[in-house]
Design a binder for this molecule. Structure first.
Ligand SMILES: CC(C)(COP(=O)(O)OP(=O)(O)OC[C@H]1O[C@@H](n2cnc3c(N)ncnc32)[C@H](O)[C@@H]1OP(=O)(O)O)[C@@H](O)C(=O)NCCC(=O)NCCS
Length: 218
């Protein structure tokens, strides 16, 4: 198991100036790693970010996870909910509520529910639809596949409830989340103007659930 390492800035020299290109983990690669990077070894930069796998566990939410989930939500998102909101989703749709943990510490969650409504994919049909309510991963554990695994498990859970499709809302500025959903075959259905409290628009994104991603092996 590779435990999370300290994040270091990755910068490259471009026309004599240092340009920040992201953050990486260097402990495994020795002290000279940063120097290698600054000298322009871009391959090394990507290796640093992607070759260090993170060993995490995905499991269904349990009531004792509530405080940790609320903390992550408060830390990561402006959309916050009451304890009873989380618990009612757990009680009604436990198969779609997952947490990710590293060494027993909760580092991410996804909560979803099933609704009935107009299909986003079939003409004028009322269907059972999964709805991703909230997903977040602690910043230091991002970009390691945790969000993707949480989503895949939740989609499987929604399918177990016979949901035919799944939709969600996402801020139009939230590129990481939009990319995550696109990578899971969600497509933008339409824009909801002024959906968020600060007036920002949302994309409504949706996908059918009749097939799930290839790496959905659990
Ligand atoms: C969105 C979020 C849950 C993604 O979690 P994550 O664990 O980092 O996601 P993954 O590592 O599984 O990333 C899967 C894919 O999503 C996309 N992605 C994730 N983070 C990205 C970023 N910062 N920039 C661009 N694409 C990104 C990539 O396509 C990525 O695949 P790749 O790493 O192979 O390129 C996380 O960024 C987060 O918690 N954000 C704050 C809360 C939030 O915005 N929630 C969504 C509300 S709608």
């Amino acid at each position: 198991m590779v435990s999370p390492r300290r994040l270091e800035p990755l910068s490259l020299k471009v026309n004599g100036s240092l340009v920040l290109i992201g953050y990486g983990y260097f402990k495994l690669f020795g002290k000279n790693s940063l120097e290698n990077l600054k000298s322009g070894n871009l391959d090394f930069a990507f290796k640093s970010e992607h070759d260090l796998g993170l060993s995490f566990n995905i499991r269904n939410f349990k009531p004792q996870d509530l405080d940790a989930v609320i903390r992550i939500n408060l830390m990561c998102l402006p959309e916050n909910y009451t304890s009873s909101f989380y618990m009612s989703h757990y009680e009604s749709f436990p198969k779609a509520f997952y947490v990710a943990e590293v060494n027993g510490r909760i580092i991410g969650y996804v909560m979803a529910r099933v609704e009935r409504g107009l299909s986003n994919h079939k003409p004028i049909s009322i269907v059972k639809k999964g709805h991703i309510i909230s997903i977040a991963v602690l910043p230091e554990y991002r970009r390691r596949g945790v969000g993707r695994s949480l989503m895949i498990n939740s989609l499987k859970g929604l399918k177990d409830y016979n949901a035919e499709e799944c939709y969600l809302e996402v801020r139009v500025s939230n590129t990481p989340a939009i990319n995550l959903y696109r990578s899971l075959n969600f497509e933008i259905i339409h824009i909801i103007r002024g959906y968020y409290l600060n007036g920002e628009d949302a994309y409504l994104m949706s996908r059918r659930l009749d097939f799930l991603p290839e790496d959905c092996t659990f």
